[in-house]
Ligand binder design. Structure first.
Ligand SMILES: [Zn+2]
Ligand SMILES: [Zn+2]
Length: 146
């Protein structure tokens, strides 16, 4: 499965029972359908990303990305509170976060008593930190296609 931004293979990472795919070039993250909900659950929040109509479609200022699973253009949806975090979603397959977007979203979710917020934040930090830096590899960072 390739990164929808860089078109390079994603690296599979699994922690805390959540499987996600990380791009070592742009540090984007792909969650398969259900995995993001699982993460939200661990944060003590309900985030049913794959219920259609729950989230408002976002004004698409970015160019649409293609789903790494089915290669169709994904839709932009807003998650979290207004102004939300705009992510790319394929309803059947999953959600794509650009670098930093997941952190913004997690920052918006109120922490409830007894949630595993810290554990998950640590997990996300580890996941991002675990991949090689694109600077060192001499590869491209960010969007090169317009
Ligand atoms: Zn990438
Ligand atoms: Zn798809």
């Amino acid at each position: 499965m390739d990164c929808p931004v860089c078109r390079k293979p994603l690296i599979v990472a699994e922690r805390e029972g959540i499987e996600l795919d990380v791009c070592p070039w742009c540090h984007g993250l792909w969650f398969d359908a259900g995995e993001l909900e699982l993460l939200a659950e661990k944060l003590g929040r309900s985030l049913p990303v794959h219920d259609d109509g729950v989230f408002p479609p976002a004004a698409a200022t970015e160019k649409p990305r293609r789903c790494p699973r089915c290669d169709r253009a994904m839709e932009k949806v807003q998650l979290g509170q207004t102004p939300g975090v705009i992510v790319d979603r394929c309803l059947g397959h999953g959600v794509w976060f650009d670098h930093g977007e997941l952190g913004s979203l997690v920052g918006q979710l109120p922490v409830t008593q007894g949630s595993h917020h810290e554990a998950v934040t640590t997990f996300m930090g580890e996941t991002i930190g675990a991949v090689p830096s694109p600077d060192k590899a001499g590869g491209p960072a960010g969007e090169v296609e317009r």
